[in-house]
Design a protein around this ligand. Structure first.
Ligand code: GRG
Length: 306
C-alpha cells in the first residue's frame, strides 16, 4: 500500500461520509428539536448537534448497507442516532470534574463549563434515556426480535459490561493501580471499541444481517476501535518528539499507560498493522463494493497522520 494505505480502493469515502453524516445530523436535529428552549434541552443540543465526526452513526449505516439493508429506512437511522446520543452522553460525563475534568471539548467549552455541572449531568442522563426511547420508536418497521437485539446490544455496550466498566477501570488506573497491557486493552475495548461494535452490530441487525455476518461485523468493529486507540497512542509519541519542547500529548504528560510505553513504538506500530489486517479480513466474506466504505474507514484510521 502507498503512504495513505488507500491503494487499490477506488471509492470516494469522503463523499460517502459527508452525505451519511448530513442525513444523521438532520435526523438528530429532528430527534431533539429546539421546541422548548429550556436549559436542559439546550445543553443536550449543545453536545449532540455541534461537531463530531459521526463515525459511529456512519458505521451503523454502512453495516446496514453491507448486509443489503436500506440505510435510509427509519430503523437504521434510529440506531445510528441512538449510538451518537450515547456517545455524546459519554463525552459530557467524561469531561465532568469528577471524571477527566476537561474544560474543553471539540475546541469549545465542555458542557459543564457552558451549562454547569448539574445540568451537564442531567443532559447526559437524558441523552442516554433518549437513545433507548429513540431505538424503540424507530424500529417499528423491523421484526420485534431484531429491535430487541438492538436494544440489548446498546445496553450492554453502555453499562457495567461496556462504557461504564471501561471508565471505572481507567479511573482505577489514574488512582495509581498498575496498568499492564491486559488492563490497557480492557480499558480501550470497553471505553471505545464496545460502542463502535454496538453501532455496527445494531446497523447490521436492523438491516437484516444473518448471524454469522453480524458476528464478522462485530469483530471488524472491535478491531477498528482498538486500532483507533493504538494509532492515537503512537501519534501522541511521534507528535511529541517532533514538537520537542512544545505541549506533550495529554495522556503522556499525565504518565498514563499507552501502547508504545508497554510494547515500544515499533511494537505498537506492528500491532496496529495486525489490527487493520484482521479487521479487513472480516470483510472478505461480503460483496467487495458493499464492503468498500468499511475497508476505507479502517485504513483511514490506520494511516491517519493526526
Ligand atoms: C454514564 C453509563 C454511563 C457511562 C459513562 C464517562 C464514561 C462512562 C465513559 C467514557 C467514554 C469515553 C469518553 C471514551 C472515549 C471514546 C473516544 C475515542 C472518543 C473520541 O471519539 P471521536 O474521535 O469524537 O469519534 P468526535 O468528537 O468526533 O465525536
Amino acid at each position: 500500500a502507498g503512504e495513505d494505505g488507500l491503494d487499490g480502493l477506488d471509492f470516494d469515502f469522503e463523499q460517502y461520509m459527508t452525505s451519511k453524516a448530513a442525513a444523521v445530523n438532520e435526523a438528530l436535529d429532528r430527534a431533539l428539536p429546539p421546541r422548548h428552549p429550556e436549559r436542559l434541552r439546550e445543553s443536550m443540543r449543545y453536545s449532540l448537534l455541534a461537531g463530531g465526526k459521526r463515525v459511529r452513526p456512519v458505521l451503523a449505516l454502512a453495516a446496514c448497507e453491507l448486509v443489503g439493508g436500506d440505510a435510509s429506512a427509519a430503523a437504521p437511522l434510529a440506531v445510528a442516532c441512538a449510538v451518537e446520543m450515547v456517545h455524546a452522553m459519554s463525552l459530557v460525563h467524561d469531561d465532568l470534574p469528577c471524571m477527566d475534568d476537561d474544560a474543553l471539548r471539540r475546541g469549545r467549552p465542555a458542557n459543564h463549563v457552558a451549562f454547569g455541572v448539574a445540568t451537564a449531568l442531567l443532559a447526559g442522563d437524558a441523552l442516554l434515556a433518549l437513545a433507548f426511547e429513540h431505538v424503540a420508536r424507530g424500529c417499528g418497521g423491523v421484526p420485534a426480535e431484531r429491535a430487541l437485539r438492538a436494544v440489548v446490544e446498546l445496553g450492554s455496550a453502555v453499562g457495567a459490561e461496556g462504557l461504564a466498566a471501561g471508565q471505572a477501570a481507567d479511573l482505577a488506573g489514574e488512582g495509581g493501580a498498575a496498568v499492564g497491557l491486559a488492563d490497557l486493552e480492557y480499558i480501550h475495548v470497553h471505553k471505545t471499541a464496545r460502542l463502535l461494535e454496538a453501532a455496527a452490530v445494531c446497523g447490521a441487525v436492523v438491516g437484516g444481517g444473518a448471524d454469522e455476518e453480524v458476528e464478522s461485523i462485530r469483530r471488524y468493529a472491535c478491531r477498528v476501535g482498538l486500532l483507533f486507540q493504538v494509532v492515537d497512542d503512537v501519534l501522541d509519541v511521534t507528535r511529541t518528539s517532533e514538537q520537542l519542547g512544545k505541549t506533550a500529548g495529554k495522556d503522556l504528560a499525565a504518565g498514563k499507560a499507552t501502547y508504545p510505553k508497554l510494547m515500544g513504538v515499533d511494537g505498537a506500530r506492528a500491532y496496529a498493522a495486525e489490527l487493520v489486517a484482521s479487521a479487513e479480513a472480516e470483510l472478505d466474506r461480503f460483496d467487495a463494493g458493499r464492503a468498500a466504505p468499511l475497508r476505507h474507514l479502517a485504513r483511514l484510521i490506520a494511516y491517519r497522520q493526526k
